[in-house]
Design a protein around this ligand. Sequence first.
Ligand code: UAG
Ligand code: ATP
Ligand code: API
Ligand code: MG
Length: 479
Amino acid sequence: MRLSALLGGHGLAGADPVVTGLAIDHRKVAPGTIFGAFVGEKFNGEDYIAAAIEAGAIAIVARPEAKVAGAVHIADANPRRAFAHIAARFFHRFPATCVAVTGTNGKTSTVEMTRQLWRMAGFHAASIGTLGITTSNDSASTGLTTPDIVTFLSNMSGLAAEGVTHAAFEASSHGLDQYRTEGLKVKAAAFTNLSHDHLDYHGTMDAYLAAKMRLFREVLEPGGTAVIWNDDMWSPAAEYEAKQRGVRIMTVGTSGEDLRLIAREPTQLGQSLTIAAGPLAQKVTLPLIGAYQAANALVAAGLVIATGGDTGQTLANLARLQPVRGRLERAAITRVGAPVYIDYAHTPDAIEAALDALRPHASGRLILVFGAGGDRDKDKRPEMGRVAAARADVLIITDDNPRGENPAAIRAAIAAGAPSARIIGDRRAAIAAAIAEARGDDIVCIAGKGHEQGQIVGRGDATRVIPFDDVAVAREEAA
Ligand SMILES: CC(=O)N[C@H]1[C@@H](OP(=O)(O)OP(=O)(O)OC[C@H]2O[C@@H](n3ccc(=O)[nH]c3=O)[C@H](O)[C@@H]2O)O[C@H](CO)[C@@H](O)[C@@H]1O[C@H](C)C(=O)N[C@@H](C)C(=O)N[C@H](CCC(=O)O)C(=O)O
Ligand SMILES: Nc1ncnc2c1ncn2[C@@H]1O[C@H](COP(=O)(O)OP(=O)(O)OP(=O)(O)O)[C@@H](O)[C@H]1O
Ligand SMILES: N[C@H](CCC[C@H](N)C(=O)O)C(=O)O
Ligand SMILES: [Mg+2]
C-alpha cells in the first residue's frame, strides 16, 4: 500500500513510498514502517524519531514541532489520533459488527457475555479486553485491557480474516484517552458504571468521566446505539453525551426503559430474573450469582439486541451463559465445607458489589482476602478498606501486584480504612489463613487478581512477574 493512500487529509509532497507496517515503539520499526512518535507519561517518542528513521521508517506521525529529517513528517497537533486514522486505513478489513464497553467495572464481564450470546445466536464472535483476545476456540493475552492501536487494529483485522463477524471490545479510560481504539465502525457502545479508580492518571472524576465519554462523543459511529446501564449515579451523564451526539439510546436496569429488570431473586446456583422488554415480560434463570452479574448480563443482552439480535431469543439465551473467568468464580470448597470464591474486585465499588453478591449465600461469616495494586491510584486504598470493613466479617489484607512500591506501605494505606483487619503480606499465607479460619457456614472471597497469573513486583527493567494464580492456590490450600 502506498503512503498517499493512507494519509486522508494530510497532503504528500514528493516521493510516495510503499508502507509495510506501523509501529509506536521504535524498537519495532522495520524498513517501510510508519512510526507514531507520541509524548507519553514516561518517555517522549519524539526522542526516538532519528533511531526509527535509521531502522527504516519512511514516515513519522508527530507534532508539528517535532524534528524529522530523512522521512516524511506527517504533522498533527494530535498525533495519536492522526496515527490511529492512518492505521485504520492500513488494516481496513474488520469484523462487520463491532461493539465497545466502557465503565469502571464490568467491562470484561460484559464483552465476554456479549461474545457468548452472539455465539449462541450462531455468529463467529470474538472479544478483546483484559482476558486478551478470545474466540470460541482460542485465547491470547495482550497484557493490557485496551491494547495499543497497532496491536488492536491488527488483531481486529486478523479476526476478520479468520471469519469473525462480531467483535466486542473493552474501551478503558486510558485506551480512550490515548486513542487506542479508533478507526472501526462501532455500531453500539455500552456504559456500565463509574466509580473511584485511576485518579492517579486522570486527576479528577470529571476528567475520568470525560475520557470515558469519548466513546459516545467520538468512537461510536453516528448511526449507532448507546446502551446505558441506567441505575448508576453517572448514567445521566452518559445519556446526556449520547443525546448530544444524536445516537439511538437504549437504557437497561431496574429503571431502564428498553430492558427493565422487574424482579431478581437469588436461587441456590444463580438467580431468577424477570425482564420487561416493551410490553413483554420474560422470566429467565441466570446461572450466575449477584446483582452485578445480572447487570452485566443485561447490558450484554442490550448490545446484542442493539446490533440486530432477537429480543426474546437473546434474553432466553442468558440461561446458558458460562461463568466469566475470575469473576465470582467458585474455586474450591474447604475441608469443612466453606466455598472459596475468586473475584477481580480492585476498586471500592467492586468490593461492595462482590460482597453484596455473596452475602445472601452465606449463613455464617464473609471472610475477605484483598489488597491493592502498586503504581496505581493511591486514594482508593483506604476507601477499599472502609467498604470491606463495612461489609465483610473477617478481613485479611495482603499483596496484589505491588509493582514499584513498598508493599507494606500499600497494606498500611488500606488498613487506614480497616483498622480491624489482619495483615499478611504473603498472598498464599493470607489465603491459607482465610481458609483455616472458615467454618462450614462461612464464605471465603479472595479479591483483586481474578484470572491473573502472576504477582507483579519491581519497576522498569527490574520488573518480575512471580507466577501466582488465586484459583490454583485456593484449591491447594483448601485440599
Ligand atoms: C499510563 C499508560 O497508559 N501507559 C501506556 C502508554 O504509555 P505512554 O503512551 O505514556 O508511553 P510511554 O511509555 O511514556 O512512551 C511514549 C512513547 O514512546 C515510545 N517509546 C518508548 C521507549 C522506547 O525506547 N521507544 C519508544 O518508541 C512508546 O512506545 C510510546 O509510544 O502506552 C504504552 C504503549 O502502548 C503502554 O505500554 C503503557 O501502558 C503501561 C505499561 C500501563 O501500565 N498501562 C496501564 C495503566 C493501562 O493502560 N491500563 C488500562 C486500564 C485498565 C483498566 O481497565 O482498569 C488498560 O487499558 O490496560
Ligand atoms: N456492573 C458492575 N457493578 C459493580 N461492580 C462490578 C460490576 N461488574 C463487575 N464488577 C466488579 O468488578 C470486578 C471486575 O469486573 P470486570 O473484570 O468485568 O470489570 P472491568 O471493567 O473489565 O475491570 P478492568 O478495569 O480491570 O478491566 C468484578 O470482579 C466485580 O467485583
Ligand atoms: N486493569 C487494572 C487491573 C488491576 C488489577 C489489580 N490486580 C492491580 O494490579 O491493581 C489496572 O491496571 O489498574
Ligand atoms: Mg477488564
